[in-house]
Design a protein around this ligand. Structure first.
Ligand code: SAM
Length: 256
């Protein structure tokens, strides 16, 4: 069954533009998958809000995928897909054992309303997001694209506020492994050449939002620093590390 809920005058979903090619770069990582699975353990019915291509959905649950972008829903392999937004979920109160929302809350037009909807339709909530208050920042921001800082601070809500809105009982840090497979913005902290690939940049909404006139000169500087060995000299302290905590958190609320 595929249910499609077209809403008149719905704002054009940004991921109808960004979503092309997403699946090739944003491959779910088994280590983050294990953390999310643990948080959803025992849930038989799960609504995945901002589901995109379906990353991190538990295989042993009946999952309903919700996303406002048709381009993303078309790449989702599951049988239950609903075109809708977090702010107005078309489900009855308590319809699901659990709700998950992975790397999506920063795209919602009304975070508090969306989190309220998650709490209304489910008994347990697991939200994976990034904390703009966290330090250290990725070297890419500091040394090449400080424009990312303002953009991300405007989009991401401090995790403390998400915790409060959900009345969450657990916050689990997720340090990004050096070989993380899900190509989010910090995924390549130890593989700097990856940022030179336009397909990698296109799958990150921050990169895709910045104008080429800002991104391209920065990437030229990175290319030159990699060629001269300057990047490696400056970041030698990172090269031996297995993972770095860049501020990603899984926030869990509701029934345990
Ligand atoms: C970075 S993707 C994450 C997709 C998926 N959860 C994952 O982990 O790969 C963000 C998703 O949020 C969706 N989105 C944007 N605005 C939304 C809203 N108001 N409500 C629900 N989802 C939204 C986008 O269409 C996109 O699929």
């Amino acid at each position: 069954m595929e249910e499609t809920r077209e809403e008149e005058n719905a704002p054009a979903a940004a991921y109808d533009r960004l979503g092309i090619g997403y699946k090739q770069v944003r491959r779910p990582d088994p280590r983050l998958g294990a953390l999310i699975r643990q948080a959803l353990d025992g849930a038989r019915t799960v609504v995945n809000v901002g589901a995109g291509t379906g990353s991190y959905e538990p295989e042993d649950a009946e999952v309903t995928a919700v996303d406002p972008s048709q381009v993303m829903l078309d790449q989702h392999p599951g049988p239950r897909k609903v075109k809708a937004s977090a702010e107005e979920l078309p489900f009855a109160d308590g319809a699901f054992d659990a709700a998950m929302a992975v790397l999506t809350v920063h795209h919602w037009s009304d975070l508090h309303r969306g989190l309220g909807e998650l709490r209304r339709v489910s008994r347990r909530q697991a939200v994976f997001t990034w904390d703009p208050e966290h330090r250290p920042e990725l070297w890419l921001v500091d040394a090449y694209l400080p424009e990312i800082r303002d953009l991300d601070r405007a989009r991401f809500t401090p995790v403390a506020e998400v915790v409060e809105a959900l009345d969450a009982h657990t916050v689990l840090p997720f340090p990004i492994p050096h070989d993380f497979t899900d190509g989010l913005q910090t995924a390549y902290w130890r593989r700097p050449e990856a940022y030179l690939d336009p397909a990698v940049r296109a799958a990150s909404s921050t990169f895709a939002t910045l104008p080429p006139s800002v991104v391209e000169p920065a990437m030229e500087r990175l290319r030159a620093d990699l060629a001269s060995g300057a990047w490696e000299r400056r970041h030698a302290h990172l090269l031996g590390r297995e993972s770095v905590d860049y501020g990603y958190r899984l926030v869990v609320a509701g029934e345990q």
